[in-house]
Design a protein around this ligand. Sequence first.
Ligand code: TPP
Length: 666
Amino acid sequence: MAIVDSASGKVRKKYTEKELIEAANYMRGLDLVALNCAGSGHSGGTLSIMDLTAALYLRVANHDPKNPYWEERDRIIWSGGHKAPALYLGLGVSGYYKAEEVVLLRKFDSPFQGHPHWLKLKGVEASTGSLGQGLGIGVGIALAGKLNKKNYKVFVLTGDGEWDEGSMWESAMEACHYRLDNLIVVIDRNYLQIDGSTETVMKLDPLEKRLASFGFEVIKIDGHNMREILDSFDKAKKVKGKPVAILARTIKGKGVSFMENVAGWHGKVPSDSELEQALKDLKLWGKIDIAKLKKKAAAYQRKIDRKITALVPKFSQDYFWNKQKNMQVAMEPTRFGFGKALAKRGDDERVVCLGLDISDSVTISKFYEGCPERKSRFLSMGIAEQSATTVAAGLAKEGKLPVLSTYGVFCSQRNADQMRTTVCYGNFNVLFGGAHGGISVGADGATHQSLEEIAVVGILPNMHLVVPCDSIETEKAVEYLLFHLKGPKYIRFAREATPIVSGKNTPFVFGKANVIRFIGEKANFIDAFETTLASKYKSRGEKVAIFACGPEVPEAMRAAWMLSREAGIDCRVVNIHTIKPLDKEAIVKTAKEVDIIVTAEEHQKGGFGNLIASTILEANLDKKIKFAMIGVADRFGESGAPWELMKAFGLTAEFIAKKVIDLFKH
Ligand SMILES: Cc1ncc(C[n+]2csc(CCOP(=O)(O)OP(=O)(O)O)c2C)c(N)n1
């Protein structure tokens, strides 16, 4: 069977082998158009998996696009969530919606999130994006199928790099232990992951033998040969008493000459000219109406722009970054400060960096770039955040200065128990670089936007936590943490470029807050403020304080400018770069001196704000303070452009200034 009318049981459409080959090719073309319109996403892996996708959705799996929750349907789990566009095209071409809708990929409020979310799009069976979790979901659904005496099959599509995760092997053991012959795992064996070949990042071979030794029936195929793909699924469906692993040899970037087997195309999308070449390679040039699709994407984006603009509080002029002739600011992602510090100080033989297959993006690769002699101290750990955390503890125990870094979500929560019990309880000298903190991660969406680590990490005994305001402060903090502070330490930095608001001479004392004051408009934003160590700051009688951390500090500074100009409100910004230990003295002193306090964090509201609030409450001051928090309001993130999200989630200076004005009035 294949695409079924669940009411009558009749097959709606059965694709021939030739039609499947054509469909896969067309899906490759649409995939690249959608990625081009999105401006970000994953070309290599989606092209790698497209023949398997077409076969599964159009011929192999039983499902009914008109009845997505049909109980008897086969379940398909997209474990490699970054390959979402292939899944969306599989569903679209099957008839869940028009395949062309996929050009709304990665846009704000779109059902086509950067990583699939089953609550946003019918047909998606599971929300994925954190690698190594889809197989477990599949095992659960397969077990439920057995318990409920259902005949459906469960297909789980995984990458190969994804098998670096220990959780994959745990789920594999369970699948085999329970002899789940209703479970078919497909492995997209393209031999590449982000940092390079799977065999250099973390050796996986002999994968066939490893899977067989766990108890899988392994079927090896050419993942681009439609006949072999169809035969393998037929065979897999007949296996009894054990789960099946289809090991499909594929080519990352398949079908596009300049993308094939190039690791650099993992998370890159084609420009207009590259798209033209790619469609020519696929023999689709002139056959897909690119202009119409781009128009559709642009029209949707205009709608979103209007919607978000309407949300942002209005003032007499546009105060957004670099919108006025004066108050100009340079921008750089805070993550760059991390890479710069490692590059500068990496000669110290004690420093050992642990790579987690995302090394360029988090900038840990700067440690060895141009310094080949350091390569032996760069340990590629594959995609294995939990193990890397315990390995780092072992290295620290023997006197090394281990540094590990990946997306903040995986750096603080995938390994939360390892961090707690091994690193913090053992009080080991490990530096965690939590990259891509906050909503401004952008189009990757909720799974990759780390919004909880101040709460999760900051609560751990023995831990130290720094959330620097810009790339310069990041660099200073990394140097301090690495060489001057013993014990567990976590630094949170961000992906998107944010304003540089400090300089070489700006004070940075670990554990001590800075007070930043607006002193008048200047040509350069940075010159419009003076920064003083909080312990040295003498109140100028201002009645408002904004406590902020990370890239919310520049937003708070911009709010101070706006408040001064728009409402004549004088305020103090307190940069709490060190969250743990907290500068309680500075917080209480400020609370004594002002009447209104607003906290600002690019994080779930309260992770930071509650620390400020409780510090003030515990001081039992004999006065009333008006208090409010700016942060993400107890919800997951979304795909969208970074600054668009900052506005949509109410985190920019306009929201801070409006909050202060409201508190002033009421
Ligand atoms: C838990 C987790 N760690 C890290 C990442 C970041 N990441 C996204 S894709 C990827 C590489 C995946 O490699 P593979 O499974 O081989 O997929 P393919 O190369 O086929 O795209 C990584 C490390 C993630 N999404 N989840």
